[in-house]
Design a protein around this ligand. Sequence first.
Ligand SMILES: Nc1nc2c(ncn2[C@@H]2O[C@H](COP(=O)(O)OP(=O)(O)OP(=O)(O)O)[C@@H](O)[C@H]2O)c(=O)[nH]1
Ligand SMILES: [Mg+2]
Length: 471
Amino acid sequence: MSAADLPVIAILGDVNHGKSSVVATLAEDDSVGIGAFPTTTCCQRFRVRDLFEFVDTPGFQNAREALRELEEADTHREPLAVFRKFVERHRDDRFFVNECRLLEPVLAGSALLYVVDVSQPLEPRHEAEVKILRLTGSPRIALLNQTGEPRHRGVWEARLRQNFSTVIDFDAHRADFTNRLALLEALATVDLAGKARLRTAIAVLQRDRDEKLDTTARVMIDALADVLTLKQTEALRDPLRVATQRREIEERFREKLSGRETAAHREIVRTFAHRRVVVGDSATPDFLRDGLFVEKTWSVLGLSGWRLVAAGAGGGALVGAKIDLLFGGATWGLGALVGGTVGGGGALAGSHSPPKLTVRVPLFSRALVGAELTAGPVAHDNFPWIVLDRALGVFVSVSRRAHARQDEETLDATALAARLQATRADKDQAWEAVCKALAKTFREMRKGRFDDERRETAVRVLRDWLRVISV
Ligand SMILES: Nc1nc2c(ncn2[C@@H]2O[C@H](COP(=O)(O)OP(=O)(O)OP(=O)(O)O)[C@@H](O)[C@H]2O)c(=O)[nH]1
Ligand SMILES: [Mg+2]
């Protein structure tokens, strides 16, 4: 599709009714200028891939006065000619500067989205805006946005229905992917000229969304494979100072683990192009430093009760229950997870015991020359589930977040758990099946039997689950 063929959709409405917010959410672009005061002063184009273009416009300034000059379009053979004359006449007129600018895309034949804020009352100037848009004869639909309590929704809807064949609710701050597609579908229905291209665009967007889910599933599975096999091995420096070195290794191991997890979280956030969602920067020291180990994380995600799933496909063990037994009232933090035992052997004990930090002592050397300290890998049954849950929490946060939102969001353990819980209703059975498949995956990862084919299977299972919880 050449650029000239792209469907162009102009977003119009009163100042501060949320036009730019609608553009940001539709285009999934959080760089769109949004503000509580008159913000958009010139038309700005936002292209979505090479599929279509949104034009954000300044709000109407003097709609009632403009209407008086545009009314003759009602009986004119070519209504847009009247609009063109208006723009030529007022090109240098400060009084109609916004009207001249917002009419640019209208004159170029765009489809129109009229955005109203139903938390504000319908005023005579809005009646004039509606009439102006009707006079253009352009394909158009109306959106009921709300920047606060939707007190005036009824009045707005009744009025708009008289002038627009399609009036739909579209909350710029809450709209999800399904709402966005529904809006484009509605446009395709009224815009007969752009219909075919819009339908093509919708299909591409759906594929695009699937790719994002696939990327996220891969990021999660790869991070899980890494953290489940992660170790920190160092040569013993001084046999008399084993305890000190052990603490250092623990710390480095913990950093590596957290770092790997944070990298995955950031990649998920990036996949959904949200720059106001913060993962582990200085504002969230706990989450960055100790995310996997702080008491809050384990208590919120591990002990909350909703995650009592049959995770061990073999044993059918209840993951949540185990955490209770192991950690109930005990010490929290890395100490509980990566045990402080120093001794021979090396194989980590079974999943019921905390993983051990081991010292391997070569038989030929009494002086411990060449001895090694090793921390990890973490063998606890619950470990991958905690990592997975936290990644799912990040995914749910960003995959449902509208790009119009201006607030900074910090992903801490509590936020992730709350987000996750909201996705669980009525889905437990499906989740259980996913858990069974993933429990097998985790065993394969731990045993070093996780090959490409198994990776693809795991990615598919997880991707399908992401689709379920992303809307
Ligand atoms: N809570 C909430 N606030 C919204 C919503 N849409 C817009 N806002 C807020 O309303 C204000 C105006 O939003 P904009 O999108 O800049 O409105 P606009 O119509 O483009 O404004 P101008 O460019 O000045 O004409 C901003 O503070 C937005 O954050 C919404 O759906 N929910
Ligand atoms: Mg704006």
